[in-house]
Design a protein around this ligand. Structure first.
Ligand code: TTP
Ligand code: MG
Length: 301
């Protein structure tokens, strides 16, 4: 493999339901992709398969939203005509998790793997024609890892997955993670209090999510904390991660207003790109803390 012919990286945006993963990616596309997106319109964003833009002169980014449109519109026959009927698997899972959690999680993993493979394979196929020293970054919403150690784990703990269903999903996960297509370089964890995401979910009122309770969000939060903050070896040895675990997670406080979260995200990404020697420009310097005189002046106003 010729090391000079472009390099492939992957960054996964992670965090509890409703923490702002989609909004963050929409804003990034807005800023760099000139795609005329309405930030709040997550539905439109989720209709798209992938969007590419240049983040820097030698860095191209490819963003893929979470494949929710596939989970909510499963065609029931192979014939694609106007009589086609669709099933909403996300809705079924929320309505009757005991019956549908296995099917849903299995399909989640399959659709995510397809997404990862598609981008990875496209890169591999074009590798020879790519400009020397160009970097390609696949930015995706979530990963097979938060599916497995967040949602699958939770459904198992709550008894909605039977032991045998859990074992099958676990083996399927091991099969997927052993493939080069599932490699991840960096996880960005939007760490957000369950109370905050609860309020955001209520406001966005996604039809299928009426049944989501605080208790459920707390459990999913705890599992994300374990995965991205505690990072025990028993989990991290099973993540197909290109770097060391200490350097592979960036934590961003997702409780702040969206503008601040986005700014922190961009600063952190630039820092990481710089550390990884993909960009050499100076990262925006933080302003120095105010002097005591400045502070006094501020208080007087
Ligand atoms: P999220 O992946 O958390 O995405 P989101 O769009 O809700 O989050 P954000 O606002 O940060 O963009 O979940 C999408 C929906 O699918 C949500 O209702 C939770 C559900 N889900 C599961 O039940 N199991 C899973 O494994 C995954 C990935 C999602
Ligand atoms: Mg989303």
């Amino acid at each position: 493999m010729n090391q000079n012919l472009g390099k492939f990286y992957r960054i996964c945006i992670e965090g509890n339901i409703g923490c702002g993963k989609t909004s963050l990616l929409c804003r990034l596309i807005d800023q760099f992709g000139h795609h005329n997106h309405n930030n709040n319109d997550y539905k439109k964003f989720n209709e798209i398969d992938q969007i590419s833009f240049d983040f820097d002169s030698n860095i191209s980014m490819i963003v893929t939203p979470e494949p929710i449109k596939l989970w909510t519109n499963i065609p029931l026959t192979m014939v694609n005509d106007e009589n086609q009927k669709y099933e909403n698997l996300l809705q079924k899972m929320y309505t009757n998790p005991k019956r549908w959690a296995f099917t849903f999680e299995h399909y989640c993993q399959l659709t995510r793997f397809n997404q990862m493979s598609k981008i990875f394979n496209e890169f591999e196929q074009n590798r020879k024609t790519l400009k020397k020293d160009k970097h390609f970054i696949h930015l995706m919403e979530r990963s097979i890892y938060s599916n497995r150690f967040g949602f699958v784990e939770n459904f198992s703990q709550s008894g909605e997955l039977s032991p045998v269903e859990y074992r099958i999903l676990d083996q399927y996960f091991d099969h997927l993670r052993s493939k080069p297509q599932t490699m991840v370089n960096l996880f960005v964890y939007l760490r957000t209090d369950p109370e905050v995401v609860h309020e955001r979910i209520r406001k966005r009122s996604r039809r299928e999510e009426d049944a989501i309770s605080m208790e459920y969000l707390r459990k999913i939060h705890k599992l994300h904390e374990k995965l991205f903050i505690e990072k025990p070896d028993e989990i991290w040895n099973r993540i197909n991660c290109a770097g060391k675990k200490d350097q592979s997670v960036i934590v961003i406080d997702g409780n702040h207003s969206f503008d601040i979260v986005y700014e922190n995200f961009i600063d952190n990404i630039r820092n990481w790109l710089q550390k990884s020697q993909m960009i050499h420009t100076d990262v925006k310097q933080q302003p120095p803390p105010p002097s005591p005189q400045q502070q006094q002046q501020k208080q007087r106003h």
